[in-house]
Design a protein around this ligand. Structure first.
Ligand SMILES: NC(=O)c1ccc[n+]([C@@H]2O[C@H](COP(=O)([O-])OP(=O)(O)OC[C@H]3O[C@@H](n4cnc5c(N)ncnc54)[C@H](O)[C@@H]3O)[C@@H](O)[C@H]2O)c1
Length: 215
């Protein structure tokens, strides 16, 4: 199948692109950074999802909306408006099989940077709107909302022993997910799943379930 993955040069997006390539698919990656994947079925598109000059790509089967920024001053422009632009261009069409959004557990908890949280909350609402629009084509739309994932986005806290210890204190399973694990979830939701749509799946090692029980 023909897959588009945004933000394919780093972290979760790169792991997702590699997973689809490993499973025999054709992948076009869109990123502002140069490619970090060399494969005969991988095409790199150097583009900014928050701009209007995205190239035409015909007959996309699966769209993975992963590109994102955090506390950048343009989180709404990239994470929400950019993702909407990409989806309306490539994902809402007859023949689409699935659209997956990489949102964030913070879309539900509200507990991160304000603009980031708003961008991801908006993304989850938009995901449901897309589900209704592509259902007539038999396509599914869902989001995966990770808590902490060990990617370069989080170098700041992963490299600080004291901050990392505080994070682990707040995390029931005492670990973060790997980018490869999120890629496995994404593959399942996009390819194996045929009946779930308009749903947000939180994968956060129990972070959002943590509450102090007082008795
Ligand atoms: N790492 C985490 O803990 C975590 C948790 C929850 C959600 N997420 C989300 O997962 C997604 C991937 O995060 P990551 O940790 O792999 O980050 P990352 O910084 O490692 O990778 C993000 C990729 O997106 C690309 N990108 C950024 N802005 C872009 C733009 N305007 N146009 C095209 N490409 C652009 C970057 O160049 C980069 O390659 C993001 O949407 C992020 O919000 C990450």
């Amino acid at each position: 199948m023909k897959i588009i993955v945004t933000g394919s040069s780093s972290g979760i997006g790169r792991a997702i692109a590699l997973k689809f390539l490993q499973c025999g698919h054709e992948v076009s990656g869109i990123d502002i950074l140069p490619p970090t994947i060399t494969h005969d079925r991988y095409t790199h598109i150097a583009a900014d999802i928050s701009r209007d000059d995205l190239p035409d790509i015909a007959d996309v089967d699966i769209l993975i909306n992963n590109a994102g920024v955090q506390n950048s001053g343009k989180d709404i422009d990239v994470n929400l408006k950019g993702t909407m632009r990409v989806t309306d261009k490539y994902g809402v069409r007859a023949g689409i099989r699935s659209v997956v959004f990489i949102a964030s557990a913070s879309a539900t908890t509200g507990s991160e940077f304000s603009e980031y949280v708003a961008s991801k909350g908006g993304m989850v609402a938009y995901m449901k709107n897309v589900a209704l629009r592509i259902a007539p084509f038999g396509g599914t739309s869902n989001s995966i909302s990770p808590g902490g994932v060990t990617t370069p986005l989080n170098a700041h806290v992963m490299e600080d022993q004291s901050l990392w210890a505080q994070i682990m204190e707040e995390t029931p399973l005492k670990k973060w997910a790997s980018a490869e694990e999120i890629a496995e979830w994404t593959y399942f939701v996009a390819v194996i799943n045929r009946s779930m749509t308009a749903q947000d799946i939180i994968i956060d090692n129990g972070e959002s379930a943590r509450a102090h029980f007082v008795w």
